[in-house]
Design a protein around this ligand. Structure first.
Ligand SMILES: [Zn+2]
Ligand SMILES: [Zn+2]
Length: 228
């Protein structure tokens, strides 16, 4: 075993290629734009003018996203998504994990289930890669939490959320998700995982479906949060 360990290549930082022990090197990790003192319910920096907790149709108990969707992290996420840069996905998950882990309730008897926000079949076939699955799997390994990628499905492709305002986004994703295996989520806490949360409309639509299927509590975790 010792001889084998000696020939294993040292890990390289996926951002700068410098030496690192795990994921990003300390320099690149320190450059990630952190959100200080966010609102627990929506993940936006306080004070929040229009927190969705005041809306009756908000089903997400907490949004946890340690970083702002801004340079240099936006470029990393782009490269993960379109360049299938798996090492970046793992590094981003590792960097986010300590903040996200604060959301795990140690008192509950069952670990929460990680559920990546599903892509539509069409999008998955077209891209052949699902960045939310990559991040959810890396988080599951790091935090020793269960992950299930087959609990929910996206029923249809939608117009890109980035082209729409907040109200249109909510209408665009209404009824978007179906829970295919309700037994897996009934009576347990679920954490939906995505790469970026913008308005939270997509995570909220999935949370709505999961709560209807019997999930006791749904949180939304992401690497980054868009801040207008
Ligand atoms: Zn680096
Ligand atoms: Zn809030």
């Amino acid at each position: 075993m010792q001889r084998l360990a000696a020939v294993v290549l040292p890990e390289r930082c996926p951002a700068c290629s410098g030496p690192t022990t795990k994921g990003f090197c300390s320099g690149c990790r320190a450059e990630l734009p952190r959100i200080e003192d966010p609102c627990v319910v929506c993940g936006l920096p306080k004070p929040v003018a229009h927190c969705p907790r005041q809306r009756g149709d908000w089903h997400v108990a907490a949004v946890r996203a340690p970083f702002r969707y801004a340079p240099p992290l936006d470029a990393y996420l782009h490269k993960l998504k379109f360049g299938r840069a798996r090492a970046l996905g793992r590094a981003l998950a590792l960097a986010a994990a300590p903040t996200l882990a604060a959301g795990v309730d140690a008192r509950s008897e069952k670990d929460p289930l990680l559920v990546p926000v599903p892509l539509s079949r069409e999008r998955l076939v077209e891209r052949g890669f699902d960045q939310a699955v990559e991040i959810a799997r890396a988080l599951a390994r790091e935090l020793t939490l269960p992950v299930d990628t087959a609990v929910a499905t996206r029923r249809r492709p939608i117009a890109p959320q980035s082209l729409l305002g907040a109200r249109e986004r909510r209408a665009n994703v209404a009824g978007l998700f179906g829970v295919t295996r309700p037994a897996a989520v009934h009576g347990r806490a679920v954490i939906v995982v995505d790469d970026v949360i913008t308005t939270g409309a997509t995570a909220n639509a999935l949370a709505d479906a999961l709560r209807s299927a019997g999930a006791t509590r749904v949180e939304a975790w992401a690497v980054a949060r868009t801040i207008a």
